[in-house]
Ligand binder design. Structure first.
Ligand code: 4NP
Length: 151
């Protein structure tokens, strides 16, 4: 489960990119990805036009993706929760309780690059940089899952 603040820019981009990579590796029936936001401002909205534009440019589908809010149950329904930035991470950790079985990490924890937070293009306007970091992080996340799973 990819998590950002509004679930219209970064985490839906990560969901679409990750699904694309999963499909390319033929693991579409093994790995399920979703995304949500810590805030409820944009529930049911499609991804931001900047996110749609960069995904279109790279031929990556975002069909069916619409915004939803993080719920406590996600921390036991998903194997892992991937936060886009440090604020998202602390918001997720705040709702974690003894029933939460999922691991919780930053996307950059999987990257070898020298960055920590995925910059929020809602404010920066730089969807290119966000796409670049998300792609690198998602490639490494998938690599990690493949190295630590039985498939
Ligand atoms: P996201 O970006 O967390 O990457 O989806 C944002 C989208 C909307 C808002 C903030 C961040 N907002 O305040 O409406």
């Amino acid at each position: 489960m990819f998590v950002c603040l509004g679930n219209i820019c970064r985490s839906p981009m990560a969901e679409a990119v990750f699904r694309h990579l999963v499909k390319q590796k033929g693991l579409g029936d093994k790995i399920f990805a979703d995304s949500c936001g810590t805030a409820r401002y944009h529930i049911d909205k499609p991804p931001h036009e900047g996110t749609r534009a960069i995904l279109n440019l790279h031929g990556i589908s975002y069909a069916g993706i619409k915004a939803s809010q993080l719920e406590k149950r996600h921390l036991s329904e998903f194997d892992g929760i991937v936060a886009m930035d440090s604020e998202n991470l602390s918001d997720i950790l705040r709702i974690k309780n003894k029933n939460s079985t999922a691991w919780v990490k930053l996307l950059s924890d999987f990257s070898k690059g020298n960055w920590r937070d995925v910059p929020d293009p809602y404010y920066t306007g730089d969807f290119e940089l966000t796409y670049k970091l998300i792609t690198e992080g998602c490639e490494m996340l998938l690599e990690h899952i493949r190295n630590t799973s039985s498939f």
